[in-house]
Design a protein around this ligand. Sequence first.
Ligand SMILES: Cc1ncc(COP(=O)(O)O)c(C=O)c1O
Length: 368
Amino acid sequence: MSAEHRPPAASIPAVVHGGLPLEELDRRGIDPRAVLDFSVSVHPLGPSPRVLAAAAAADLGRYPDSEVGALRRALAARHRMSADQVWAGNGASELLWLAAHLWLRPGDRALVLGPTYGEYRRAAALAGATTIEPRAEESRDFLPDLDALERLIRRERPRVAFLCNPNNPTGVYLDGAAVERLAAALGEGLLVLDEAFAGFVDDAWDATALLPRGNVLVVRSMTKDHGIPGLRLGYALGTTDRIAALRAAAPPWSVNSAAQAAGLAALEDDAHLEAGRRATREIAGYLRGALAPIGLALRPSAANFWLVRVPDATRLRAALLDEGILVRDCTSFGLPHHVRIGSRPLPDCERLVTALRHVVLCLRPDDC
Ligand SMILES: Cc1ncc(COP(=O)(O)O)c(C=O)c1O
């Protein structure tokens, strides 16, 4: 591999993310503590008390276990596999980046199924690869055309394909047969199956069934499942060879002691994740009913966030922020007429609906 063919990092556009835009809030004189943040999509009830207590009790005076042994063993038991098929990272992000770094070379093609999470493209670009991005269309409810996709994969032979399932931001969840079909089409190519939001899916299928194929790496986000974005924790499941490669390429101590302790406690607290799933279903029902009379339709989603079609996402986001509410403007996903709303507790959703009622009227010409 020749490092000089990798592009300068500064030449690759930054990815837009949800989360509080602190500089913008400062400029506009808005107190970040007063903002209800619907722009990120994590556990709607926040971290469980057990997870918080475990993180707080971690010994910060020592280096963390760089092998993340106890947590990997617990994850392996959970997924009924051996610990050398599990690697942990500083959020799912670190594992996605490591995968691009390890399995993409300058001149390779990477496939990304859009519209989707922007970091796949950036990680591939940093590795010197070119991204092919077929897009699922709104007119097809954002469902990918699997026949066309399969033909494209066989023609372009991408070395790595990133598939987000359920997909951010559309919430579309492909079944096991569809994902297996794509993995088969890839041949020697690697399918990085990003299941960052799978924890919120009702009756999710078990993606580890695809691991014996050898060309699938499953990535999960405990950050999202357990509402700990500030702590950061993710893991990858794969063949022992793939996991050994991740381990060899990983920076030392990237999973800190508090995150390791939190992860172990989270695995003992399945009820909290189940409560998050239940709350998300209730929230979807409430939002769907409350938004319809304002003329806004919540798209179906298997995950803990929903797309809503609006006249102008950038203007709507700005107007809602004036009301102390942040939603994700999906323009950066190529969807300038959609915002994404993450799952939050019902009282927060009631405030969102009140603000939307006011703001949507104001954004319609002649109405305000
Ligand atoms: C699809 C997807 N994968 C991965 C991540 C990052 O997960 P983590 O916070 O665990 O790094 C995100 C964050 O928004 C995401 O949307």
